[in-house]
Design a protein around this ligand. Structure first.
Ligand SMILES: [Zn+2]
Length: 448
C-alpha cells in the first residue's frame, strides 16, 4: 500500500535532513511517502503553505491513500525497549513495595497462575495502551510467549520478544528449551516485525552453569541476550558475596558479554562497569519511572552517554510503573538527572527524545528503525500540537519532552500500516480486551 502523508512538521533535531548535532530549532514542513512498510520519500516544502502543491496534486494518483497532516508534528514511533506485556494484568497489585518483596511475595506467586490465554489478552491490552501513546516497537520479556507473539501478529506492532528464563526459582532448563524453540519459530516472523532474543532474567537468578548454557544457545541461534542487570543495591551485594564481582562483571566472566547484550536498568553500575559496557558495546535500557517507583535508585545515565554507549528507554512492566507511557519516561529521563546532579544541562530534552526513538532501535539491535529517513521503517506518529499546553511552541523538540503527553498522539503507523487514528485502535477490540483482562484479575482474586 502506498500512502502519502502531507503537510507534516519535522524536527531537524531528529536527524533529518541535518545531522543529529544540529542546534537548529526551526520546523520543517514536508510530505512523507510510504510504500511496502518503508519510508520512500520526504519532500520538504519550506513553510506551512505547500510550495509544491501543484506537483503534489499531480502525483496523487500514485497513492492508495493521502493522509492530511494539517501541520501536525511527525515523529519516529516511540520505542519502549523493555517491558513485560503480560504483566499488565497485575497493574496495581503490589504497589508501594520494594523490588525483592514485590517480586517474590506478589508477582511470582500470581504469575504461576497465568495461562497462555491470560497472557494473550494482557499483551493485547498493553499493546493497545502503547499504540494509543505512539509506541510503535517494544522489547518484551515474559512467558507463554507464543501467546504474546500472537498478540503482536494480530495488533501490528513491532516487537523484540524474549522468553524470560531463570536457573533459580523459575522454569530452569525446561524454560531454556522453550526459549530456544521460541526463537527458532518466531525470529523474523510477522513480515519481519518480530525479532527474538534469549532472556536470562538477571545475574541473581541465573547461576554460572545455567548462564553458560544460555550463552551457548544464544551463539548457536545468533540472537542477543536481554537481561536485567544491577537493578538494586541488594543485587550488587549478593553477586559480590557469591562471585566477588559486579553483576556485569559476572556476565563477562561467564562469556555473556562476547555476545550482543541488551542490559536493562544498570542502576548500580560502577565506573568499571561503564568502561566494561563500552568495551563490549553493551546496549543499555534506562527505566527511570520503574526505578523510582520501586525505590531502586537512579542509573548513571550521563556517564553512560558520555562513554558513548547506546541507550534506549523502557517503562518496565505495568505492574512496576504503572504506565506504558514513553512520554513520561522521556520527561523523567531528563528531569531526574538534572535534579540529582543539580545541573539543568545534565540530560537535555532533545537527548531524551533521541533515546526514546533512534536510541531504542539501536538498543534492540534493529536495523533502520527509529528515524524518519527514506529507506527506514515506516514507523511513525502524528502529534497534535494545537493544545493550550503546547503554546506558544517556542521550541517544539523540547516541548515534546516537557509539555507533550501521550494523548496528543492522533495517528500511529507501524511498518506502513495505520494502527491507531483519531481516537480509535484499528486492530484491537478495546471493550473485549478490557473485559477479558478484568475477568483474569477477578479469577486471580485481584479485584472483587
Ligand atoms: Zn523488567
Amino acid at each position: 500500500m502506498r500512502i502519502l502523508i502531507t503537510d507534516v512538521v519535522l524536527l531537524p533535531e531528529l536527524g533529518w535532513p541535518w545531522p543529529l548535532e544540529s542546534s537548529a530549532d526551526h520546523e520543517v514542513f514536508a510530505d512523507i511517502g510510504v510504500e511496502d512498510g518503508v519510508i520512500i520519500s520526504i519532500q520538504e516544502h519550506g513553510d506551512g503553505e505547500c510550495a509544491r502543491s501543484g506537483q503534489r496534486e499531480a502525483q496523487q494518483g500514485r497513492w492508495d491513500r493521502i493522509i492530511k497532516g494539517r501541520g501536525r508534528l511527525a515523529l519516529p514511533g516511540l520505542i519502549n525497549a523493555h517491558t513485560h506485556l503480560g504483566m499488565s494484568v497485575l497493574r496495581g497489585y503490589g504497589d508501594d513495595l520494594p523490588l525483592m518483596v514485590w517480586l517474590r511475595e506478589k508477582m511470582w506467586p500470581m504469575e504461576d497462575q497465568l495461562t497462555p490465554e491470560d497472557v494473550y489478552w494482557a499483551s493485547s491490552m498493553a499493546i493497545g495502551e502503547m499504540l494509543r501513546g505512539g509506541v510503535t516497537t517494544c522489547g518484551d520479556m515474559y512467558f507463554h510467549m507464543d501467546a504474546a507473539a500472537q498478540a503482536v501478529c494480530e495488533t501490528g506492532i513491532r516487537a523484540s520478544l524474549s522468553r524470560g528464563i531463570q536457573g533459580l526459582g523459575g522454569s530452569g532448563l525446561k524454560g531454556l528449551e522453550e526459549a530456544v524453540r521460541f526463537c527458532q519459530e518466531w525470529h523474523h516472523e510477522a513480515e519481519g516485525r518480530i525479532t527474538t532474543m534469549l532472556g536470562p532474567h538477571a545475574p541473581f537468578t541465573c547461576p554460572p552453569d545455567f548462564l553458560r548454557k544460555v550463552v551457548k544457545w544464544a551463539e548457536n541461534l545468533a540472537v542477543p541476550l536481554h537481561i536485567h542487570v544491577a537493578e538494586t543495591a541488594d543485587e550488587v551485594t549478593q553477586i559480590r558475596e557469591l562471585y566477588g564481582t559486579t553483576p556485569l562483571g559476572m556476565l563477562a566472566e561467564y562469556g555473556a558479554l562476547e555476545l550482543p547484550v541488551m542490559a536493562v536498568h544498570c542502576v548500580h553500575f560502577t565506573q568499571d562497569d561503564v568502561d566494561l559496557a563500552r568495551e563490549k558495546d553493551v546496549r543499555i535500557v534506562h527505566c527511570p519511572g520503574s526505578n523510582m517507583k520501586l525505590g531502586s535508585g537512579i542509573a548513571p545515565l550521563p556517564e553512560l552517554l558520555d562513554a558513548g554507549l547506546k541507550v534506549g528507554l523502557g517503562t518496565d512492566s505495568a505492574a512496576s510503573n504503572n504506565k506504558l507511557d514513553l512520554w513520561e519516561e522521556m520527561r523523567f529521563a531528563s528531569l531526574i538527572h538534572k535534579a540529582q546532579r543539580q545541573d539543568a544541562t545534565a540530560i537535555p530534552g532533545k537527548v531524551s527524545l533521541n533515546l526514546a526513538t533512534s536510541g531504542g532501535g539501536e538498543t534492540l539491535f534493529l536495523e533502520k528503525v527509529g528515524k524518519l529517513l527514506p529507506g527506514w521503517a515506516a514507523d511513525l506518529i502524528l502529534v497534535e500540537k494545537e493544545g493550550l499546553h503546547w503554546q506558544p511552541s517556542c521550541n517544539v523538540a523540547t516541548s515534546v519532552v516537557y509539555a507533550g503527553q501521550r494523548s496528543d498522539v492522533s495517528l500511529t503507523m507501524v511498518a506502513g500500516r495505520v494502527l491507531y487514528e483519531d481516537g480509535k485502535l484499528l486492530t484491537i477490540d478495546e471493550e473485549k480486551v478490557c473485559h477479558e483482562v478484568n475477568s483474569t484479575a477477578g479469577r486471580l482474586g485481584l479485584i472483587s
